[in-house]
Write a protein that binds this ligand. Structure first.
Ligand code: COA
Length: 289
């Protein structure tokens, strides 16, 4: 994978260069499409970054590519870390602090997703996604907590819009993301007095992401775009812009909210549901009965 953003993101965008100079961001799931572009944006605006992911080789490759965007040294790869394992996350945080001296921002983005209707979803499959998304988000903030207290830092959780309605084949992900929203809201209230802000970004239909590849067959993409109020699919750059906003001082009074980056799509219901409901759902369930 190559970097999605380049210096034009800084030069042509609304933000001042170097707004994150001297700051450090830790990103879980940083080698996935969404979190990776969030990290790109932070690095382009001067932050130093630690990328935490499960796959070691992919994490190293990602960090090397991201380093090319950085004017302030290399991006730290922390591979072999499963967010379900609190001890591994604690070690990643320790290494980040040893390396960069601080953590100001956290992106809790590690996620698991696959398409499965209820009949095909085992208890362990459901638990796996809840554990990666929800427990993993909790573990991430828990492990970074002391550092965030020191820096009066800020957390961005990567949520979704799936749970705003009932999206078929996604009960596990919807439940996990609803939990993330609840966690973010509670932490915004509990940690706000310490100067720590917690917010969610809820990506809608973003072209080219791993999630979209799983949810929407490529041939339906242009039809899906027509059904979005802003008449286009989202881009990873849209997510990057929102991330910069949420970590910048422009959002210093924004706490405990979820920003849907979806062109207004969730207000008219899920495209995914419309294309699959109920025939494809019933075909799938019946194949198991
Ligand atoms: N449909 C139904 N069940 C599935 C499935 C699918 N497509 N894929 C996995 N599962 C089930 C497995 O069968 C297993 O359940 P079982 O023990 O009852 O058989 C359970 O999920 C756990 O699978 P496993 O592969 O052991 O878990 P894992 O922890 O290694 O992987 C996943 C987690 C399943 C979420 C995997 O898809 C993953 O690692 N995804 C990461 C990347 C990703 O999803 N990115 C997209 C982010 S939007």
């Amino acid at each position: 994978m190559v970097n999605t953003l380049d210096v034009s993101f800084v030069e042509k965008g609304p933000w001042k260069p170097d707004i994150f100079k001297g700051k450090v961001v830790l990103v879980t799931g940083g080698s996935g499409t969404i979190c990776r572009v969030q990290t790109e944006a932070m690095v382009l605006f001067g932050a130093q970054a630690a990328v935490v992911s499960r796959n070691k080789a992919k994490t190293i490759a990602t960090a090397e590519e991201l380093t090319q965007l950085s004017s302030y040294g290399h991006v730290l790869p922390l591979g072999g870390v499963d967010v379900r394992n609190f001890g591994q996350l604690q070690k990643a945080v320790m290494e980040t602090v040893e390396h960069f001296g601080r953590i100001d921002y956290v992106i809790a983005g590690a996620a698991g997703n696959f398409i499965a209707d209820f009949a095909h979803l085992s208890p362990n499959a459901f638990k796996s996604v809840i554990d990666i998304d929800l427990l993993g988000s909790f573990n991430t903030v828990k492990a970074c907590f002391r550092e965030l207290v020191k820096t009066k830092g800020s957390v961005v959780f990567v949520s979704a819009t799936l749970h705003y309605s009932g999206v078929p084949f996604q009960s596990h992900v919807g439940a996990a993301k609803a939990g993330i929203d609840a966690l973010s809201n509670a932490l915004a209230v509990e940690l706000g007095p310490l100067g720590i802000r917690c917010n969610c970004i809820a990506p809608g239909p973003i072209a080219g992401t791993e999630g979209m590849k799983r949810l929407l067959p490529a041939e339906l993409e242009s039809k899906a775009a027509e059904q979005i109020p802003l008449q286009r699919m989202g881009t990873t750059k849209d997510i990057a812009e929102c991330t910069v906003y949420l970590f910048s001082s422009a959002s210093s009074f924004i706490n405990g909210t979820a920003i849907a980056v979806d062109g207004g799509a969730w207000h008219i219901g899920s495209t995914f549901s419309r294309n699959m409901y109920p025939k494809r759902l019933l075909d799938s369930i019946n194949s198991k009965l």
